[in-house]
Ligand binder design. Structure first.
Ligand code: GLY
Ligand code: MN
Ligand code: MN
Length: 465
């Protein structure tokens, strides 16, 4: 079980207890989940907050931190002889406690009674909104809440304190994220090498998975490798690649320390961009480069997103697909016919870092709320950047026939969009470029080694393989 040294977890918990100041903090670990029957489980993935504060990649644990008394307890189940017969030698609860610097360990069966007693004694017990049904049920039982109300009762102060800690990555985290991005680079290169006419999307996705698993981790999210790049989360299928297709490959590794990478490249199956593929791709690439240059502390990511929208609108204007005043068009949301998602998101232990803790805390603030405009409502990160943030930059241009038809019928943003010119692009698909950055004191650094991304570089790499 790969972990940082235990002093790091002790210090993180110390900081959390200090920030929360009053009451008890309950951190639920994840459990094994049966895939098609109880003993045939999905690959185990620990909860990211649990990993951040305790580092223990084992199912069936919970941590309790007393913010006032300072006491910390690890709840779990001692391995039985049946567990050992089935899974080999298992660490005792005490040795798990030792690894994370918690000397007090208790049977999991006592968690409910312990928390109930604290509540009865008038203590506040802070918990996070659970995203898995088993933890939702446990919390519902302990706190005597209807399961549907559990998330609303989660502790806002705990959410805020955890987001402020996890948002700023420490040097040892940057080392791990860099490793993940470099594995993700290898996944991307493997995909480019195996992209040829006649193989299926699934075949290439298998080559991507091979790199992630062989590097000692896994994929950080389901791979997107598709000729239908306009569909934002399209997963590989048995579709056979053919010359003329443009593929969008969005894949990333989770390394052995559970940190994510998240990269996208878009390229032609026949190794050479057509004139129109090149035109669209280079608008996206230009938007990505400009956005990356604009990253620095104090700047609203929302403003960098809006600048990317303008860049894309201007590029499409050059191609004759749109018209009119760019700023006005973007302000009204006309660009969102083509760039309908956000420019990026935080990344860390989760690919969309801390998404379960709520965008209101992770990507926005009390004074900057998320817009509900189509396009902007999908921007996960809007707030001012701070040194230590890790995020993705991932502009794209997508041609979704159903959306084009819908808007055309409604004459939506008609002054800005040349609907008659879009017919030729109905089957284009989509293009995206995605890289990962670390915000420094006065700018931003690309995470991982540079990976081919301009047209010439991609074509040269693909021709060489
Ligand atoms: N891979 C998911 C994303 O780019 O947000
Ligand atoms: Mn991605
Ligand atoms: Mn992403």
């Amino acid at each position: 079980m790969a972990m940082f040294k235990k002093e790091i977890y002790i210090q993180r918990r110390q900081q959390l207890k200090q920030d929360i100041a009053k009451g008890i903090i309950l951190l639920m670990g994840n459990h094994e989940v049966g895939m098609n029957y109880a003993d045939n489980c999905f690959p185990f993935r620990q909860d990211s907050c649990f990993l951040y504060f305790l580092g223990l990649n084992r199912p069936g644990l919970a941590g309790v931190l007393d913010a006032e008394e300072g006491i910390e307890m690890l709840f779990g189940t001692e391995p039985t002889i049946d567990d050992i017969v089935w899974m080999g030698t298992q660490p005792s609860l005490a040795s798990l406690g030792e690894q994370t610097g918690m000397s007090l360990v208790k049977p999991f069966s006592e968690l409910e009674g312990f928390v109930k007693k604290a509540i009865a004694a008038g203590r506040t017990v802070h918990f996070l909104p659970p995203y898995r049904p088993d933890n939702r049920m446990t919390i519902a039982t302990i706190f005597n809440l209807p399961p549907a109300e559990v998330s609303q009762q989660a502790s806002a102060s705990l959410l805020k304190a955890i987001v402020s800690q996890r948002a700023v990555k420490s040097p040892e985290e940057i080392i791990e994220i860099t490793k993940s991005v470099n594995i993700s680079n290898q996944m991307q290169l493997a995909a480019m090498q195996h992209t040829v006419s006649g193989v299926t999307e699934n075949y290439v996705a298998g080559k991507i998975l091979d790199v992630a698993i062989s590097a000692g981790g896994n994929i950080a999210y389901p791979t997107i490798f598709t000729v239908n790049g306009q569909t934002l989360h399209n997963h590989p299928t048995d579709r056979v690649l053919k010359n003329g297709d443009l593929v969008l490959c969005d894949c990333g590794a989770e390394n052995s320390m559970y940190y994510a990478g998240d990269l996208t490249r878009t390229y032609p199956v026949n190794k050479k961009f057509s004139a129109v593929q090149k035109e669209i791709y280079e608008i996206v690439l230009g938007a990505e480069i400009a956005a990356a240059k604009a990253l620095k502390p104090g700047v609203l990511f929302l403003d960098i997103h809006l600048a990317a929208c303008e860049y894309i609108f201007d590029g499409l204007k050059q191609l004759g697909l749109v018209r009119g005043d760019t700023k006005e068009a973007v302000q009204q949301g006309a660009h969102a016919l083509f760039f309908l998602c956000g420019l990026g998101h935080m990344m860390g232990l989760d690919v969309h870092d801390m998404e379960d803790l709520g965008e209101a805390y992770v990507g926005y603030t009390d004074t900057l709320k998320k817009s509900d405009q189509f396009g902007l409502k999908s921007l996960r990160l809007g707030r001012a950047l701070e040194p230590g943030f890790v995020l993705t930059v991932e502009p794209g241009i997508y041609f979704i026939p159903e959306l084009i038809d819908l808007w055309a019928v409604e004459k939506k943003h008609a002054p800005f969009i040349n609907y008659d010119k879009l017919t030729a692009f109905r089957n284009f698909g989509g293009a995206r470029v995605e890289e990962n950055f670390f915000i420094t004191r006065n700018g931003a650094t690309l995470l991982g080694d540079p990976l081919v991304k301009n047209v010439e570089g991609i074509e040269a790499f693909m021709m060489g393989h």
